[in-house]
Design a protein around this ligand. Structure first.
Ligand SMILES: [Cu+2]
Length: 57
């Protein structure tokens, strides 16, 4: 059950300006402060940010 509810609420975005670990930290901080954000995953090599939203909204 836990795994199936995982993908539906995640949003991925490509961030071209994200080039180093400081960028990653800044993005993670900003996104994790949003009330709808459950978790943030950043892939620095692929410049992809994946955000898991909380259920409901
Ligand atoms: Cu940077």
């Amino acid at each position: 059950m836990a795994a199936s509810s995982f993908a539906a609420t995640s949003v991925k975005a490509t961030v071209n300006g994200m080039v180093c670990a400081f960028c990653v930290q800044g993005i993670e901080k900003r996104l994790s402060k949003l009330p709808a954000t459950q978790a943030v995953h950043v892939d620095l090599k692929q410049k992809v940010v994946a955000v898991e939203a909380k259920g409901g909204k």
